[in-house]
Design a protein around this ligand. Structure first.
Ligand SMILES: Nc1nc2c(ncn2[C@@H]2O[C@H](COP(=O)(O)OP(=O)(O)OP(=O)(O)O)[C@@H](O)[C@H]2O)c(=O)[nH]1
Ligand SMILES: [Mg+2]
Length: 304
């Protein structure tokens, strides 16, 4: 399979003129915002069919393969992943390498079968929530310097917010401001910096009904975070887009219900596990990555 992917990547370069250069991403956000579950669900890719833009996701390093097995052995058994520890050095962080393989829209296909596929190649580190809630505020801590250097490698940020959290807008804005001071100013990489704000757990009814209006949802739920990001963009420091996702998705075809068994829901958000793994259909996981990669939204993935 890996050979097949390599071959397709190669042909992708030849046929479309675009390279399959990998994009370096960091996933940040509060504890329990769903960062590791998002990554594991993406890597496992439990749901594809002929009408969906996503063809497959392939892990191509050890850390990526471990993520897939966590999805299979933990999430798919109806259990939760362990909280991610704050490592003592960034060298110990897991770095997931994934190939996300998409079908091209029919209008762009030609007879060459390789040109029918588009591969997004990402390297992604999923930080502990403690980075966002604690480490960022520490003064004169060598670990923070280490993390800052690691962040500066990234061209794109997945900023995950549990859409069901209440009363943390001010706290999140503080963390975000500190992060932007670090990451948003030094333009170490030539590529323009992009932040995808991703609302997670959007299978919950109050989010699900507005999932196709992620910008409005983000503005309503986290107005100060929204204002901060919009201001950052207006100052020309980078670009921001908004997305709504669920790592677990919905059950049923007509009468939809969230495919989750809730453990707890309070102002700190939802703690839940997958209810019926046999119909595991996450949604919205690839759209933010496509945008980070390409700088434009993919209408098919947005509807997915
Ligand atoms: N309802 C629902 N719960 C989710 C979803 N994604 C994750 N969760 C739950 O949210 C909780 C936290 O998920 P994690 O992925 O461990 O969160 P994290 O952001 O990696 O947390 P840290 O590693 O501690 O920073 C767990 O109970 C998950 O099962 C989702 O899409 N929907
Ligand atoms: Mg985690």
């Amino acid at each position: 399979m890996r050979d097949w992917i390599k071959k397709n990547n190669k042909q992708e370069e030849n046929t479309s003129g675009t390279t399959s250069a990998s994009l370096t991403i960091r996933v940040i956000g509060d504890r329990a915002s769903g960062k590791t579950t998002y990554m594991a669900s993406l890597a496992r890719c439990p749901y594809t069919n002929s009408s969906r833009p996503l063809q497959a996701v392939e892990a191509f390093n050890k850390d990526g393969e471990m993520l897939v097995s966590q999805a299979q052995n933990i999430l798919e058994q109806g259990l939760q992943l362990e909280p991610t520890p704050l490592t003592e050095q960034t060298g110990d962080l897991l770095d997931y390498s994934l190939n996300i393989i998409l079908k091209r829209p029919f209008s762009l296909r030609n007879r060459n079968s390789a040109a029918q596929l588009l591969t997004l190649n990402i390297n992604c580190k999923d930080y502990s929530g403690e980075f966002f809630t604690d480490l960022l505020y520490r003064q004169n801590d060598p670990l923070l310097d280490d993390y800052i250097n690691d962040c500066l490698e990234a061209e794109g940020i997945l900023f995950l917010l549990d859409g069901t959290v209440r009363n943390k807008d001010v706290e999140y804005t503080k963390g975000l401001s500190t992060f932007l001071d670090i990451w948003g100013q030094v333009n170490k990489n030539a590529r323009k910096r992009r932040i995808a704000l991703v609302l997670t757990k959007c299978e919950q009814p109050d989010l699900w009904v507005n999932r196709h209006k992620p910008k409005e949802l983000a503005k309503a739920r986290f107005p100060k975070v929204y204002a901060k990001l919009e201001n950052w963009q207006q100052l020309g420091k980078g670009s921001i887009e908004y997305f709504a996702t669920s790592a677990f998705g919905m059950l049923g075809s007509r009468q939809l219900e969230a495919n989750v068994k809730k453990i707890r829901r309070d102002s700190d958000g939802v703690v839940a596990v997958l209810k019926d793994p046999s119909v595991w259909r996450p949604f919205g996981l690839v759209a933010p990555i496509y945008w980070l990669y390409k700088g434009e939204r993919h209408p098919g993935l947005d509807k997915d």
